[in-house]
Design a protein around this ligand. Structure first.
Ligand code: SAM
Ligand code: SF4
Length: 395
């Protein structure tokens, strides 16, 4: 098997059921991980800063149409306190995540980012949905380092159905990823595995898209049905025929993680919370042993955490951040790995060891010719490598 897997080989692995052959895939992914990003498992502290959302994603419990959850928006002081906690725990990054909440205003968030950067050595990752080019530029200038926005599935018909556009224009998450890159962010994306209507061919295509995009982080988690959502209630507009539906079980997720490691050897790949949710006992460890090198421990205050219910029975919903921290260290050591130091960004990673040891200075700088006025004036995407979409039949 070569690292230059073609799409047919990827498809073959996605359908593979032979345990011995799969053990070979896990070994290959693990070796590739060790060679390219080392034995460190990087921890990025996650703070779920608001569960308000204006979108109607058919998969997510935070969708605006779900009237069953009380909504919250964290105060700046609470977020700063979580950032200080991240520093105490030795994390190199804080990830600020929320629904697509326009109550988080451009200026308020820019000031918050500045304050985190003034007070702490943390890298700041944002994951706030499809915000405008102007907002993304302002937050980048305020000091935000990375942005996470999953494209969820490269099957654009399926995506359109499960992530309805807000206006008349279809959503263009790949276009936003390109703009983020042009602004100098390190960019993360990813998919859910086992969405109703998702075929093996379309997941093979997702992995091809990973190959082509220059991503810092690639998040791959199982789709977990939420009963307060259309997909959780059984809505499936494109039921695949003849066994083509991709299952949302953990084995499938490990295969996608392992194959993604082979096609993107130097990416940061988390063992996601969703994976930890469907196998609370060993999901994280198996993820790290099959290609992953990252985790995002939850630093959201407990009183808010249970309200950020993307899907039910989320892992670590009741543990304090101190308990989570101890638990993760033990899990990482048990599999013979160690916790990464520093922000753990992908660029200028200091190999061997791949620790991101440059103490916060291994993150991208603003592009030399960065000009706020140019960015604001232009909504054009920069040119990008040939991206493929859709679930074309594979020969
Ligand atoms: N609102 C932002 C966005 O959509 O990018 C960030 C928060 S959103 C909750 C983060 C991720 O949660 C989504 O990109 C999606 O992949 C994942 N997610 C949402 N609903 C899920 C579900 N039912 N099962 C598994 N993952 C889910
Ligand atoms: Fe909102 Fe993100 Fe959930 Fe969609 S996935 S409903 S944008 S929080």
């Amino acid at each position: 098997m070569s690292d230059t897997l073609d799409k047919n080989e990827i498809l073959g692995w996605l359908r593979e059921t032979n345990p011995e052959r799969l053990a070979g895939l896990w070994r290959r992914a693990d070796e590739t991980r060790r060679r390219h990003v080392g034995d460190a498992v990087h921890l990025r502290g996650l703070v779920e800063i608001s569960n308000y959302c204006t979108r109607q994603c058919a998969y997510c419990g935070l969708r605006a149409g779900n009237l069953q959850i009380p909504r919250y928006r964290m105060l700046a002081d609470e977020i700063l306190e979580a950032a200080r906690q991240a520093v105490k725990f030795g994390y190199g990054t804080i990830v600020l995540q929320s629904g697509e909440d326009y109550g988080l205003t451009t200026r308020w968030l820019a000031e918050l980012i500045r304050q985190i950067k003034r007070e702490t050595p943390l890298a700041v990752t944002l994951s706030l949905g499809e915000r405008s080019n102007r907002e993304l530029a302002v937050w980048r200038e305020a000091g935000a380092d990375r942005y996470l926005l999953r494209f969820e599935t490269s099957d654009r018909h399926l995506f359109h159905e499960i992530h309805p556009p807000k206006g008349t224009r279809p959503c263009d998450r790949l276009g936003i990823l390109r703009r983020l890159k042009a602004l100098g962010y390190e960019v993360g994306s990813g998919i859910m595995v086992g969405l109703p209507g998702q075929t093996f061919a379309s997941v093979a295509n997702d992995i091809e898209v990973f190959r082509e995009l220059d991503l810092d982080t690639i998040g791959i988690g199982p789709f977990i049905p939420h009963p307060g959502t259309p997909l959780g209630l059984g809505f499936n507009i494109f039921p695949p025929v003849n066994g083509e539906q991709v299952p949302n079980h953990e084995l499938m997720v490990y295969k996608v993680i392992a194959l993604t490691r082979l096609v993107r050897p130097d990416a940061n790949i988390p063992a996601t919370t969703a994976l930890a949710t469907i196998n609370k006992k060993h999901g994280r460890e198996l993820g790290w042993q099959r290609g992953a090198n990252l985790f995002m421990p939850n630093l959201t205050p407990l009183k808010y955490r249970r309200l950020y219910e993307i899907y039910p029975a989320k892992a670590c919903i009741a543990e304090t951040d101190v308990t989570c921290h101890g638990c993760l260290h033990a899990r990482i050591q048990t599999i013979g790995r160690h916790v990464g130091q520093g922000p753990g960004g992908r660029r200028n990673r200091d190999l061997p060891g791949a620790e991101g040891v440059s103490g916060g200075r291994n993150l991208p700088q603003l592009p030399a010719r960065f000009s706020m006025s140019r960015v604001l004036a232009s909504s054009e995407s920069p040119p990008v490598a040939n991206l493929r979409f859709g679930s074309e039949p594979v020969v």
